[in-house]
Design a protein around this ligand. Structure first.
Ligand code: ADP
Length: 320
């Protein structure tokens, strides 16, 4: 994933299917039915297929105790370059260092001759992207619930010097109780020195902060996740991302011009519109902090449900 121009740029507009990477054109063979590490200490039965992303395929597996987990599989043939290895090791190092109720738990990592495997907490209910497709858009109370959990996870990541850099509905998974689990640390970066700026252009077009695209000299930092949070907030209440359009270059143009509107028929509350406007501030230094976001009237003046019923997958839930 990522849009490193040097490495066969992959650009995903979030609503269109992801472009396949060069190295996934020839589909690698499925992993074995029983996945084991080299020492034979761990065994997992492959029981289903969950999805695939930029360079990984994700399967549902069962461990020796019978628990169901997700297993992310990366074929070693995709790890021939030093750069690809470095990226995978960075993802593993960052993801395994995180432990938060709203972040997909990283369990184990091992390999066999063919593949590298990462077992993860299973999120059996898909992503918020899948749910949005069924629901078209969410009510503001539901949006507050999901946003509070996302912001909590983001605050934890930033406190641990991690920038996710690819926060989007497709990377926000749901557990069986409708809790948000942030996943996919494939583009995450660790800020090792205070004040350090990152220079790699990466992200998903609809969710990319303007400074990533247009201030490459200065680089970017934690504020890019705040921007994505603003895009996510808009998308949950409106039903599509704010800068969405067919051509990726036109999305970038709109991001540069800060050009988006709230469709009148969606009846988005003025508190919500004002919060989106505050978060989607072009200058990263002027963007609100996570604390300021949760202190906004959108969160303080409206109900935040204590949980979301699973019926919400397919229709507006009744909170009464
Ligand atoms: P990549 O890093 O290659 O983009 P992802 O981590 O985004 O891969 O995973 C690809 C797909 O696999 C996801 O879109 C989702 O459908 C599925 N998936 C990933 N992690 C989990 C999980 N923990 N539980 C359930 N499904 C998952």
């Amino acid at each position: 994933k990522g849009m490193d121009p040097g490495a066969g740029a992959q650009q995903k507009a979030s609503s269109s299917p992801p472009l396949p990477r060069q190295n996934t054109k020839t589909r690698p063979p499925s992993p074995p039915k029983v996945i084991s590490d080299k020492s034979g200490r761990m065994h997992f039965n492959r029981v289903g297929f969950l999805g695939e992303g930029g360079f990984a395929r994700v399967y549902e597996v069962q461990d020796q105790k019978g628990s169901h987990l997700a297993c992310k599989v990366v074929t070693k043939s995709a790890l021939k370059t030093k750069k690809a290895k470095t990226k995978l090791y960075a993802e593993i190092k960052i993801h395994r260092s995180l432990d938060h109720p709203n972040i997909v738990t990283f369990l184990e990592c091992f390999e066999d001759e063919e593949n590298v495997y990462m077992t993860l907490e299973l999120c059996p209910s898909g992503s918020l992207m899948d749910m949005l497709r069924r629901r078209r858009r969410f009510t503001e109370p539901e949006t507050r619930f999901f946003m509070v959990q996302l912001i909590g996870a983001c605050h934890y990541m930033h406190a641990h010097q991690v920038i996710h850099r690819d926060l989007k509905l497709g990377n926000l998974f749901l557990d069986a109780n409708m809790n948000v689990k942030v996943g996919d640390f494939g583009l995450a970066a660790l800020i090792e020195n205070p004040g350090e700026r990152k220079k790699t252009i990466c992200g998903t077009p609809n969710y990319i902060a303007p400074e990533v695209l247009f201030d490459t000299a200065n680089g970017h930092s934690f504020e890019v996740d705040i921007w994505s949070i603003g895009v996510i907030l808009y998308t949950l209440v409106v039903g599509r991302p704010p800068f969405q359009t067919k051509e990726v270059k036109d999305i970038y143009q709109r991001i540069r011009d800060n050009k988006y509107e709230f469709p009148a028929d969606r009846r988005v509350s003025s508190a919500c519109q004002l919060l989106v406007q505050a978060v989607l501030t072009p200058n990263p230094a002027e963007r609100p902090t996570l604390h300021e976001i949760v202190d906004h009237t959108f969160f303080t003046q409206g109900p935040v449900p204590s949980y979301i019923p699973t019926s919400a997958h397919d229709g507006v839930p009744d909170f009464k």
